[in-house]
Design a protein around this ligand. Structure first.
Ligand code: SF4
Ligand code: SF4
Length: 308
């Protein structure tokens, strides 16, 4: 079962980069291409090992979260903490015994907070890098406090200032600075998403160097991979740009369904008798027929013999 879940996870990850329905079919029919297969196996293995075997070791030794968090901390940061002043001295006692009468604090040393901790630490030892902030110890301790008839919050979200009897300052320069950086990053992400081309073009030149067509013109063969990244059917025009002396032959208009990928074979013919050089760069462009400002371009090489 665990391996099955890992395969599904691997497939889902790879599905972000390549259409997932054909990918699933390819997996079931053992026809998956090398690159997709590598990444599906990679993420399957990573999920199986990390979440199946390493588990909390990932949190404790590999996850950058705690290390990253610790450099952002200050005395007003809300963390999960044990109230030492209230809890100590810790120790067992009967419910009806008042802690102060026997020289004890509110912690009954039941260890429930340690037992529920997924990384196995004792929050009473203070803030530790292994803490993933899941708050399981807060709930566990609150339930004990309820049973004992004590106030909740012996383990709680609080700040160092508050634990020392002061007040937590929420608005402070560090927080405003981090928020400003976050806003700039969100804005950059939104701009990047809005600016990304909604059509993509990849050009692959045929392995054959060149050939002479029926009109006696030198031609090269290419495969144009066009992806419609929109959620609607779109009509696209294929063309050569800045290509005086060259002619695109084959399909020049295609219609693609939402998310469809199409491989279009085309040839480019050299109209002049002699090429300017044995290898020239040519520029392909695919643009939306109705909204020509939506386009994508890609370069390839045109090879031709200098002496015919
Ligand atoms: S918040 Fe979670 S990880 Fe941190 S000490 Fe409590 S139970 Fe453990
Ligand atoms: S659950 Fe609460 S009372 Fe029990 S050991 Fe932890 S801190 Fe003390």
């Amino acid at each position: 079962m665990w391996l099955g879940i890992s395969v599904l996870t691997g497939l889902t990850f790879v599905g972000y980069f390549t259409p997932i329905r054909p990918l699933a079919t390819e997996l079931l029919t053992w026809q998956m291409g090398g690159v997709s297969l590598f990444w599906v196996l990679f993420f399957t293995g990573a999920t199986y090992i990390n979440a199946g075997w390493l588990r909390e070791a990932v949190c404790m030794h590999m996850c950058p979260y705690a290390r990253f968090q610790s450099v952002m901390f200050d005395k007003d940061t809300l963390t999960i903490s044990y109230d030492v002043a209230r809890g100590e001295n810790r120790g067992p006692r009967k419910r009806e015994v008042k802690p102060a009468d026997v020289g004890l604090g509110d912690c009954i040393d039941c260890q429930v907070c340690v037992q529920v901790c997924p990384t196995g630490i004792d929050i009473r030892d203070g803030l530790q890098m292994e803490c993933i902030g899941c708050a399981a110890c807060i709930d566990a301790c609150d339930s004990i406090m309820d049973k004992m008839g004590y106030a909740r919050g012996l383990v709680s979200y609080t700040s160092e200032h508050q634990l020392q009897g002061g007040k937590t300052h929420l608005l402070r320069p560090r927080l405003i600075g981090y928020s400003a950086v976050l806003l700039v990053m969100i804005a950059a992400l939104v701009v990047a998403l809005m600016e990304r081309p909604m059509v993509s073009l990849d050009v692959t030149k045929d392995r054959g160097m060149f050939r002479e067509n029926s009109q006696g013109l030198i031609e090269n063969i290419y495969s144009l991979k066009v992806i419609n990244k929109t959620q609607q059917r779109q009509d696209y025009r294929l063309e050569l740009v800045d290509a005086e002396g060259f002619q695109l032959q084959g399909k020049t208009e295609i219609s693609l369904a939402p998310g469809e990928i199409s491989d279009v074979p085309v040839s480019v013919a050299l109209l002049a008798d002699k090429p300017a050089s044995s290898s020239q760069t040519i520029h392909f462009k695919v643009s939306d027929v109705d909204e020509p400002w939506i386009y994508s371009a890609a370069d390839s090489r045109f090879v031709a013999p200098l002496n015919r």
